[in-house]
Design a protein around this ligand. Structure first.
Ligand SMILES: O=C[C@H](O)[C@H](O)[C@H](O)COP(=O)(O)O
Length: 273
């Protein structure tokens, strides 16, 4: 199903007016409707707002992490404030989202108190044609996976740049959360699993001094980069999880129940068969 972006037309018309004002001796003609070019940020927001339309009062909600999920959390906060939503309980997937939701006044809880979640809404770094995902480039994969596997429905929200032919296909990171102890050893073991796919691993670092990035759970992250398709994802997942030292990986296989993609031609909503 594709839906256009009517609520964004006004701003494009505004832009047209401004362009006309900047052209010397521009004729005073009625503005000609132009196709709207939306930024990636606007597309993320459109996908996020569409997902929040599925939220109902009384739900326990998994609150995702990242720049796309942030729009969804903001929107939920807004609807709670205006009274359009009531009795929502949010389960945040990171310390960052916890802070955002708290500042918005969204009542929060955790998996100990709410082991079954009605619906989770979160972004993704990659989505393949089977709706398998890569997540965790923002470092929150472990808590996201815990919350989203506990969710009856998991709505993934992305702009169309996240669509790939196969997992790893963006050539960007597939994150793996590991314990800090002897991280180089674990990195080498991870690379060795995927030599056929031309896999290279890098410890994620931050700051000018390149200190290891530390997750909300006190762990390190190894980013894996693939030259070629790694093949059977379930076999890859099992092999990674069998390595002592690995906590979790960022492949979310067969977890998404709905995918919302915002692109220049509109919004597409797809449910898992
Ligand atoms: O750890 C981060 C999460 O998995 C994000 O959902 C993912 O990285 C997508 O983030 P963004 O919406 O900022 O592209």
């Amino acid at each position: 199903m594709a839906v256009a972006h009517p609520h964004y037309l006004k701003s494009s018309e505004k832009r047209k007016d401004i362009e006309q004002l900047m052209v010397p001796n521009a004729p005073l003609a009625a503005p000609i409707p132009q196709p709207t070019i939306l930024s990636q940020e606007e597309l993320k927001k459109i996908a996020a707002f569409k997902a929040v339309e599925f939220v109902r009062s009384g739900m326990v909600l998994g609150l995702g992490t990242g720049s796309t999920a942030k729009h969804a959390v903001d929107r939920i906060g807004e609807l709670l404030k205006s009274g359009q939503l009531k009795n929502i309980v949010g389960i945040p997937t990171s310390m960052k989202t916890h802070e955002q939701a708290m500042n918005l006044g969204i009542p929060l809880s955790d998996l100990n108190c709410h082991p079954i979640i009605d619906m989770a809404i979160d972004g993704a770094d990659e989505v393949d044609p089977e709706m398998n995902l890569v997540k965790g480039r923002g470092g929150s994969l472990l808590r996201e996976k815990m919350v989203e596997t506990a969710s009856k429905k998991f709505i993934v929200i992305v702009d169309e740049t996240k669509l790939v032919d196969y997992i790893g296909g963006s050539r960007l990171a597939m994150p793996v959360e590991i314990v800090p102890f002897c991280w180089k050893f674990t990195l080498q073991r991870l690379e060795m699993l995927f030599t056929d796919a031309g896999c290279v691993g890098r410890l994620r670092t931050e700051g000018e001094r390149g200190a290891p990035y530390v997750s909300d759970n006190g762990n390190y992250i190894i980013d894996l980069y693939f030259d070629r398709d790694m093949g059977d994802l379930k076999a890859a997942s099992d092999a990674i999880l069998r390595l002592a030292g690995v906590v979790e990986h960022g492949m979310f296989i067969d977890m998404a129940t709905t995918l919302i993609v915002a692109g220049k031609n509109g919004v597409t909503i797809r449910n898992k068969d």
